[in-house]
Structures are given as C-alpha cells and as structure tokens.
Ligand binder design. Structure first.
Ligand SMILES: [Zn+2]
Length: 303
C-alpha cells in the first residue's frame, strides 16, 4: 500500500503563515521567525532540499537579523530555529536528542551547535508549496507585508537571492487619506531636504512615511507621519537616520559612502527637520522613540 502523505489545503496553509506567533514584548520588534521562513522559502524557490542544517542557517540568518532587525548586543538565530516548531510550519529532526535548558523547552545554542540538527518546513507545507509556485509567491508576499514596510521588501529579497517578481503582493487597504493629510501637513515638501518637484498638479516622488511602522501598529495619523522624498523615506525605513526628541536628524555611524552621501544625508545631520504647518501635526515623541529603538542603526554620529 502506498504511503499516505498528509495534505494541506491552500487556505489552511495561508492561515498558518498568517498566524505565526511573533513574540512582542510591548513594542519590541522580533523579526526572527519571519526571516527564517523567508530564508526557507527562498531555498525552496531554488529547488533546494527541504531540510537544512543548523550550521547552514546560523550565519546567514544572523546576517539577516543584523541587517533587518533592531540593533541588539547579540542576535539569536537559534530562537526561531527551535521555536518555529510551535507554529505548525517547521520541524527539527531528532529534536528529542537535545537536552533542553532548565525550565525552558529550547536547547542551549551550544547544544544546537554540537548536534547540528537538520530542520525544515513541515512535509505537508513543503509539498504543497513545491507543487504550486503561485502559492509560494503569495506566501512570501504575505510575510513581507505583515512584518516589513514595502521600502525594505526588495532589499530583503535581494539578500535572500530572490526577485520581487517572484512575489505576489497583497497590500492591505490603508487609510487612503493618510498620504494626502501628511503631505498637506508638510506643505508638500520633504521634511528633511525640502524636495518638492511637481509635474503639473502631481507631486512626484514625495511620500508619506510612517515613523512607527504600520506593521508594528503605527497609526495613520499626522504625528506618526513625515512627508519625505523617496530617498529619505527609504533611508528612514532602513534606519540610516532617525530623529532626536528635538526633531533633529541623527545619522547612524553605520552609514558610509562617498561624495553622494554627504549631499543626500550627512549635510542634514544635526539639523532640525522642517516643521509641519501646524503644531498639532508635529512628530509624536512616542513614535520617534519607537523608531530610534527598533529601527535606527545605533549609535548616532556626533555633532
Ligand atoms: Zn528628502
């Protein structure tokens, strides 16, 4: 008798990815599970095997966490490698062979390094995604949309060796008035550089940035918005700069580059951003603090 393989429906699979339990302590970003899933999905898209050894995940995932996660003293690629098992999407082979930490259900990083177990997406999820490239593209889009602002999607995919056209984007409807209200509050100029190119009545390359990401629950209100040219919007979302409590531009020490950098960013370091036309629209301190702690690549340069 042929072995029966468990199958999963398209909707069940999408629901499982949508429901991953992302650990949030207050407002702390934890992109570990989403990044591990994207790493596994990128392998799958290249036709690589279902399982991968911990040693092959550790360095790459650590790099992704450093690049796209909040700045921390140390990154922990071992957390999602183990804990994603609770979300019905991931299995660690021979998991029972590893001694768990006292009072916790996961093993020490040293134990993972010693045993170097193989792990991968569950067999039902893996088989379903391999048989349906459209579904795979949809799942990648779903994870990106749920955890990262769209400005970062292409950078993350590039790091993973995937392309944007391999992804189906399903943007959730946003408050359509947010962009308009924020651009009006800043009189249709970039709050950092003053960029205000228009073509007829159309404002070009000027965007309404969320200071606290929409994905982290940042509201669609003026104090959480900044009118920024597309370049400064991207640099804000990547954490290249943030704002001080006095609304001065603070540039990260991590930023480096040649002549162009001075022109687009360093010359604004320490300067106050343009004020919105009404004090009630000014950037809210709670949102600015969130950005500094969760997105900005600390430390800031000195004045
Ligand atoms: Zn600008």
């Amino acid at each position: 008798m042929p072995r029966q393989r468990k199958t999963i429906s398209r909707q069940d699979l999408l629901d499982r990815f949508a429901a991953i339990n992302v650990w949030r302590r207050g407002d702390v970003r934890a992109p570990h599970k989403p990044l591990l899933l994207l790493f596994a999905l990128a392998r799958l898209s290249r036709g690589e095997g279902r399982e991968v050894r911990y040693s092959d995940v550790h360095g790459k995932l650590g790099g992704l966490l450093t690049e796209f996660g909040p700045v921390r003293k140390s990154v922990h690629p071992e957390y999602p490698f183990w804990r994603l098992q609770h979300d019905g999407l991931w299995v660690v082979r021979d998991a029972e062979q590893m001694a768990s930490r006292k009072g916790k259900d996961d093993p020490k990083p040293s134990e993972l390094k010693r045993v170097n177990p193989a792990a991968g997406l569950t067999a039902d999820v893996d088989a379903k995604l391999r048989s349906d490239p459209t579904l795979l593209a949809e799942v990648v889009g779903l994870i990106l949309e749920a955890h990262f602002p769209s400005n970062l999607h292409e950078d993350i995919l590039t790091e993973l060796g995937m392309q944007l056209d391999q992804v189906v984007s399903r943007r959730r409807p946003r408050d359509p008035a947010f962009r308009e209200r924020v651009l009006r509050a800043y009189e249709r100029r970039c709050a950092v550089c003053g960029f205000d190119v228009r073509l007829g009545n159309l404002t070009l390359a000027l965007e309404a940035a969320h200071i606290k990401w929409h994905q982290a629950g940042g509201p669609d209100i003026e104090p959480n918005g900044l009118a920024l040219c597309s370049l400064h919007h991207k640099l804000l979302d990547r954490g290249a700069f943030t704002l001080s409590a006095e609304k001065r531009v603070l540039v990260s020490q991590d930023v480096c580059g040649s002549d162009g950098l001075d022109e687009v960013l360093l010359r604004w370091h320490g300067r106050e951003i343009r004020r919105p036309q009404s004090a009630e629209f000014e950037a809210g301190l709670e949102f600015v603090r969130w950005h500094e702690e969760q997105v900005f690549k600390t430390p800031a340069r000195e004045f």
